[in-house]
Design a protein around this ligand. Structure first.
Ligand SMILES: *[C@@H]1O[C@H](CO)[C@@H](O)[C@H](O)[C@H]1NC(C)=O
Ligand SMILES: *[C@@H]1O[C@H](CO)[C@@H](O)[C@H](O)[C@H]1NC(C)=O
Ligand SMILES: *[C@@H]1O[C@H](CO)[C@@H](O)[C@H](O)[C@H]1NC(C)=O
Ligand SMILES: *[C@@H]1O[C@H](CO)[C@@H](O)[C@H](O)[C@H]1NC(C)=O
Ligand SMILES: *[C@@H]1O[C@H](CO)[C@@H](O)[C@H](O)[C@H]1NC(C)=O
Ligand SMILES: *[C@@H]1O[C@H](CO)[C@@H](O)[C@H](O)[C@H]1NC(C)=O
Ligand SMILES: *[C@@H]1O[C@H](CO)[C@@H](O)[C@H](O)[C@H]1NC(C)=O
Ligand SMILES: *[C@@H]1O[C@H](CO)[C@@H](O)[C@H](O)[C@H]1NC(C)=O
Ligand SMILES: *[C@@H]1O[C@H](CO)[C@@H](O)[C@H](O)[C@H]1NC(C)=O
Ligand SMILES: *[C@@H]1O[C@H](CO)[C@@H](O)[C@H](O)[C@H]1NC(C)=O
Ligand SMILES: *[C@@H]1O[C@H](CO)[C@@H](O)[C@H](O)[C@H]1NC(C)=O
Ligand SMILES: *[C@@H]1O[C@H](CO)[C@@H](O)[C@H](O)[C@H]1NC(C)=O
Length: 520
């Protein structure tokens, strides 16, 4: 009995300690972003609302290497259904972690499309993707997913085969398992272009342009763009939902162009739409590529057991803008610290020439700083104001900022725009600086918006509730665990009381021994 009691006590203590560990780690999978990281990802997306979809930075994976690399069906005693379930759980993890580009090899097999070299049906894959899209289908978390299909190169399927094998009809499969309403198709692009709702890199409405991310997500209400990577000219998998390879600039191995380091190189780079690089990356070079305007497609080799190691690459790239552990979550609005006002609701661009790094950071709106301005609509022409004595509120009042004529208070929205700021700083011999950028959470804490200090949070109600819930959920669960422990303890009150007595007796004994002198 005493043995059991001791074990029980030890168990309860372990429970208690685990409960008090920060954030209750056991609840999260490696892929689940923290509330803070979700805020960072969302604010990045929101800043991209007016950027065309061919220019937004995304992080992708080549699933052949990242997920389906080892043939573990044959080496384990799981049946194929079980392994496919594991694959699909891990795919959900990748999407949850912020991966937005999926490269998938597919092949026809006995009248079905399957993922190459596996028994996994394409339809099962699409079902998994669809449930992710459904679970993120609100203004807070909806974002674009780019799906690159790679069928065998010289595959020919003529339309008669569809009659005998309807499951080979990709249009049908996509309809049934992804939902045509979520797919941005070539015909919708054609309509957008005809209506003047497609733009080139310089904000001109063009017949070969692309819609902005905002139009794509909120006006057209689309989530997915599908490309056939296999063919240069005519798609082998002819479907009205699928774009040919020619829309992208997709390269493998080494980057074909240099990182832009002049204004004209930057301008040229932004005329190259959908720039992807499929390669084996390391922690250092991947962020370098992102800062040069290239979307990385990670083709490092992982498997279902080692997949979580991809986190080191994703950590550096999914959030490219904010610094580490930013944006710091602020719950209070204005506080008074040593007789000065403090409101941690404004963002600064922090540049350090030593590391050549530039990040967004949360700062006190009442600090005095210089501000960053952009020349009208020219996204690569920047200027830093001379005066460094402006609080956020005095820098940008209602409709009249301290920026020079023809310049507007702004924020670098893409890695290339940030590169332009970097070039400007270098040219001006600016070494280390913190400057105001047009990004703040003044109207609602943790809802980062652009448009000056009076901009309002577009999802005020949802965001405060959501943040609240996600921030409190672990706490609630922990408290519940504590409550259970307390209840348990009170049921077992007597034995524990006994134990306390025991302790007292032991303590008494020891102190007595000390008092009387330890016998040698
Ligand atoms: C997008 O453009 C509109 C109109 O110019 C502007 O009101 C809005 O603030 C811009 N949004 C972002 C995120 O830049
Ligand atoms: C994987 O294992 C299956 C069954 O053993 C086999 O048919 C298939 O060819 C293997 N694929 C590869 C890529 O080794
Ligand atoms: C796999 O799942 C399918 C349908 O869900 C079922 O018909 C089949 O029997 C399962 N196979 C195994 C080996 O469990
Ligand atoms: C499929 O398996 C074959 C044989 O192992 C291999 O050569 C090929 O690269 C694999 N294809 C994919 C897409 O994994
Ligand atoms: C989502 O955003 C769109 C466009 O900004 C808006 O029309 C819509 O009402 C929003 N939906 C919700 C639920 O807030
Ligand atoms: C595909 O077909 C072209 C010509 O039809 C041929 O030159 C090429 O070698 C083929 N590629 C493969 C991988 O079979
Ligand atoms: C399609 O393929 C079948 C056999 O697979 C062939 O008999 C038929 O002539 C082909 N049709 C066309 C239009 O190529
Ligand atoms: C493929 O499926 C789509 C949608 O179900 C259908 O409209 C189309 O006619 C099919 N194509 C062929 C060649 O059967
Ligand atoms: C591509 O398709 C177009 C029309 O659909 C056709 O005229 C052309 O010959 C095709 N090219 C190839 C290489 O098949
Ligand atoms: C990439 O560049 C390195 C060195 O610059 C070279 O050794 C390697 O062969 C290149 N790889 C490819 C795929 O071009
Ligand atoms: C992949 O999924 C399986 C089954 O859900 C899970 O046990 C495993 O931990 C996952 N792998 C990673 C790296 O998350
Ligand atoms: C920056 O420094 C270089 C060399 O020290 C000098 O030639 C140049 O005029 C400086 N530029 C500015 C804007 O001060």
């Amino acid at each position: 009995m005493p043995m059991q009691r001791a074990l029980l006590k030890a168990y309860l203590w372990v429970l208690l300690i685990i409960t008090f560990l920060p954030n209750c780690h056991a609840i999260d999978s490696w892929a689940q972003p923290s509330g803070q990281r979700r805020t960072a990802i969302r604010s990045q997306r929101d800043m991209l609302a007016n950027v065309t979809i061919d220019e937004i930075p995304i992080v992708g994976v080549d699933l052949r290497h990242v997920l389906f690399s080892d043939n573990f069906t044959s080496s384990s005693n799981l049946n194929t259904n079980q392994t496919n379930t594991i694959y699909m759980n891990n795919l959900s993890d990748l999407l949850t972690a912020g991966v937005q580009g999926l490269v998938l090899d597919i092949e026809p097999n006995h009248g079905f499309w399957v993922v190459t070299n596996t028994t996994l049906l394409l339809s099962t894959f699409l079902d998994t993707l669809e449930s992710f899209l459904l679970s993120t289908n609100d203004n807070l978390s909806a974002d674009i997913i780019m799906l690159f299909l790679r069928p065998p190169v010289n595959l020919t399927l003529n339309s008669t085969v569809y009659h005998t094998h309807p499951q080979l009809n990709l249009t049908y499969i996509l309809d049934q398992h992804l939902g045509s309403s979520r797919i941005y198709s070539p015909s919708i692009l054609a309509a957008d272009r005809a209506m003047g709702d497609a733009w080139d890199a310089f904000g001109e409405s063009k017949t070969d342009g692309w819609p902005t991310l905002g139009t794509f997500l909120y006006t057209r209400k689309k989530r997915v763009l599908i490309t056939d990577l296999s063919s240069k000219s005519n798609s082998t998998i002819d479907s009205p939902y699928i774009f040919p390879n020619t829309i992208t600039h997709y390269s493998s191995g080494n980057m074909t162009s240099d990182c832009p380091n002049t204004l004209s190189a930057l301008s040229y780079m932004s005329t190259v739409s959908f720039q992807f690089l499929e390669a084996v990356f390391n922690e250092d070079d991947i962020s370098e590529y992102v800062s040069c305007g290239v979307s990385p497609i990670i083709s490092n080799t992982y498997n279902v057991n080692s997949l979580s190691n991809i986190k080191t690459l994703l950590d550096k790239t999914v959030v490219w803008s904010w610094g580490e552990d930013e944006p710091t979550i602020s719950n209070t609005k204005i506080t008074i610290v040593k007789d000065t006002l403090e409101a941690l609701n404004c963002a600064q661009l922090s540049f350090s020439s030593g590391t050549d790094s530039m990040t967004w950071q949360v700062a006190n709106c009442y600090d005095n700083k210089r501000g960053l301005c952009r020349y009208k609509d020219h996204k690569y022409v920047w200027k830093l104001t001379k005066d460094d004595d402006n609080t956020y509120f005095s820098f940008d009042g209602r409709g009249d900022s301290k920026c020079p004529d023809d310049y507007v208070f702004a924020i670098p929205r893409t890695p290339l725009e940030e590169k332009a700021v970097l070039l400007y700083f270098r040219q001006q011999n600016i070494t280390d600086i913190d400057a105001w950028i047009d990004l703040n959470s003044i109207s609602v804490s943790n809802c980062w918006v652009t448009g000056g200090p009076y901009a309002s949070c577009p999802y005020q109600k949802v965001v405060s509730r959501r943040n609240f819930v996600t921030m409190l959920l672990p706490v609630v669960i922990c408290s519940f665990a504590i409550l259970c422990i307390v209840l348990y303890l009170s049921i077992l009150r007597t034995p524990i009381h006994d134990n306390r007595k025991n302790w007292r007796r032991i303590v008494n004994k020891i102190s007595k021994a000390e008092f009387e002198g330890v016998p040698s």
